[in-house]
Ligand binder design. Structure first.
Ligand SMILES: [Zn+2]
Length: 260
């Protein structure tokens, strides 16, 4: 027996009225609660956003999320599942730091970890991100943080200090060849998905610097002049950084827009 037929079969008119009014009241309260809760949640979110913008008084053109994929790499399916959330929080670009998780080939095949991402799955993930409107910025270490290459026997001789695998010697031609090949493979792979606007070339935490014989000799070659002019040791260090930077930026500029 349905509720309404039950009400109609009730004898007392007062009883019928009481049940109908109670029902209307209950429905009214439920609808009001749902609408009020929605309104409160939305206004709270607006307030949070407004207060953040007011607090910092900044408008960010770029909100880049750094995905550090080495060491303990997350599954790409998991990363894909959080992209919408990142986008909703204002993310405009993903900075992809692969190191040994990139599927290098040819002369660089030994740089890859056994569990490195496969080209197909990486392409699928990046394409999904690009379709969501996110820019992809690959991060390729080119000076410090080179352990993933310099720990290998075949590249050990390119260490600035033989005792430490973190910094590469900027003066060795082989270093330039290695870094250019790494850049070439990363740029070529990403260009098949979307044209790259930016590339991050690391350059931080170069702990071993001007230690090897080659770099020391170079100092006598062109830094003495700078020393005479400036007598500033730091300026000489900068010069070496700029030289390495310049040699790397030329092929990058040819590959696309130079980093801004
Ligand atoms: Zn050196």
């Amino acid at each position: 027996m349905g509720l309404f037929s039950f009400i109609f079969k009730m004898r007392s008119v007062k009883m019928k009225m009481f049940v109908v009014i109670t029902l209307i009241l209950v429905i009214y309260l439920i609808v009001s609660y749902v609408l009020l809760e929605k309104w409160y949640t939305r206004s709270q979110k607006d307030q949070d956003r407004d207060s953040l913008e007011q607090k910092w008084n900044i408008t960010l053109q770029y909100v880049v999320v750094h995905l550090d994929l080495k060491g303990s790499p997350p599954l790409l399916s998991y990363l894909q599942s959080i992209l919408k959330q990142l986008k909703d929080h204002g993310t405009t670009a993903l900075l992809m730091e692969y190191e040994d998780m990139f599927p290098f080939e040819g002369a660089l095949v030994n740089l890859t970890a056994r569990n490195c991402y496969k080209k197909d799955e990486l392409k699928e993930f990046l394409t999904f991100a690009v379709q969501m409107g996110l820019e992809i910025i690959p991060l390729v270490q080119t000076f410090g943080h080179m352990e993933y290459a310099l720990k290998l026997r075949e590249f050990q001789h390119l260490r600035e200090d033989p005792k430490y695998p973190d910094s590469i010697c900027p003066s060795a031609n082989e270093s330039q060849e290695l870094i250019r090949e790494i850049l070439r493979q990363v740029i070529q792979f990403h260009s098949t998905i979307a044209p790259l606007k930016h590339i991050h070339i690391g350059f931080d935490e170069v702990y071993q610097f001007r230690v090897c014989d080659l770099c020391f000799q170079k100092k006598t070659k062109f830094e003495k002049r700078a020393e005479r002019v400036t007598r500033n040791e730091w300026a000489n260090s900068e010069k070496r950084v700029f030289e390495h930077d310049g040699r790397l930026l030329a092929p990058l500029a040819r590959a696309g827009r130079p980093p801004s």
